[in-house]
Design a protein. Structure first.
Length: 369
């Protein structure tokens, strides 16, 4: 009797487990299990099925940061094979007006495309916006609906961009994500904080120039400090994380460190030397051409007085240009040579020359009665 009862209980329990399993499998997955935006960190509530403004949803207090003018990664994950495309919109002024940043990004639903990343950029005018938005929209065509994720973003001005010259890599071989991972290990920061701008071939063979900066974080070192930390990293520290031979400098001269703005400094030095040389050449030309350049610049006539002419004028007692009755420059006529002394014949040695007769006096004007 007891064994029969136990067997019945086992059958009942088995049936209950089977029913529970069927119900569990039949229940639809949550909205976020189908697809969700991972970065920037979205609001914690389930993604709404609408295409309206992100401002219509309550803010969950999660704050992301973006650097104006630098790319920001937008990453998502889609697990359900519903096909469709993805749009990314930005509110660049914090007023709820959304603008398209990425349009109709393809989603095929294969396993290797479950996680995808694109880059968007807030313009320089967004710097200082504390309530900007990133909106992710998956148009699930096979299901006939939309999956929407909203992220709150504070946009700040750049703390400066740096340039790293990576050795032993060609442009085709260079992988940005691998380099960012090594840089994050060097600085002990999240990889997402490293923002890469331009990647170009270096001046030397098998080198790559990477322009980058750092995003702001809620805690830890801020961008300017991180830029300085990279610039001060030793070759041993770089080699320890696989960045052997990397040269670090500043790309635009406003982020700390050194070496990246040498071209601008050299250009400034060259321009300064050219200006000094031009001034010196003009002074020498004017000096050796009796003031010709000054007369051309000031519009004056005649020749300016040289020190030699001034000495001759002083010896002869001639008036200068200011004292001249005509007001003409003193050197418009060369000073007359001194008169020769009279010969000793008829006058005696050392005798003074005869005095000149006084000039005739003009008659006084007539007096009228």
């Amino acid at each position: 009797m007891l064994s029969t009862s136990c067997g019945g209980m086992q059958k009942v329990l088995g049936a209950v487990v089977a029913v529970a399993a069927v119900l569990l499998l039949a229940s639809p997955p949550s909205v976020e299990a189908h697809g969700r935006m991972n970065s920037p960190v979205p609001r914690s509530h389930p993604a709404p099925r609408n295409k309206g403004s992100c401002l219509s949803d309550p803010v969950a207090g999660v704050k992301n940061f973006a650097v104006a003018g630098m790319p920001l990664d937008v990453a998502w994950e889609i697990l359900a094979d519903h096909g469709g495309t993805v749009d990314v919109e930005l509110d660049v002024a914090g007023n709820g007006a959304m603008s398209k940043a990425i349009t109709k990004y393809p989603r095929k639903g294969t396993n290797n495309e479950r996680k995808q990343t694109v880059q968007v950029t807030f313009p320089a005018s967004s710097a200082g916006c504390t309530n900007c938005q990133v909106k992710w929209i998956w148009d699930s065509v096979n299901e006939g609906g939309f999956y929407v994720g909203c992220a709150d973003v504070e946009v700040r001005a750049s703390a400066g961009t740096a340039k790293a010259t990576v050795a032993d890599a060609s442009l085709s071989e260079f992988k940005v994500e691998d380099w960012k991972q090594k840089m994050a290990q060097l600085l002990s920061v999240e990889q997402e904080r490293i923002l890469v701008g331009k990647v170009t071939a270096g001046a030397s063979a098998r080198t790559v120039d990477v322009e980058y900066t750092f995003n702001y974080g809620t805690s830890g070192a801020q961008p300017a400090a991180l830029l300085q930390q990279v610039a001060a990293a030793s070759s041993t520290e770089l080699a320890a994380v696989g960045l052997d031979g990397q040269k670090n400098g500043v790309a635009d001269g406003d982020g700390g460190g050194g070496g990246g703005n040498g071209g601008a400094v050299a250009a400034g030095v060259i321009i300064s030397l050219l200006i000094v040389g031009a001034i010196g050449g003009a002074w020498y030309y004017d000096r050796t051409h009796d003031g010709a350049l000054r007369r051309k610049l000031t519009g004056g006539g005649g020749r300016s007085e040289t020190p030699a002419n001034a000495a001759s004028r002083a010896e002869l007692g001639a008036p200068n240009a200011v004292d001249s009755p005509t007001g003409s420059p003193i050197n418009s006529r060369r000073p007359a040579p001194p008169r020769a002394a009279p010969s000793a014949r008829g006058a005696g040695a050392g005798a003074a020359p005869p005095a000149r007769p006084p000039p005739p006096q003009r008659p006084p004007p007539p007096q009228y009665q």
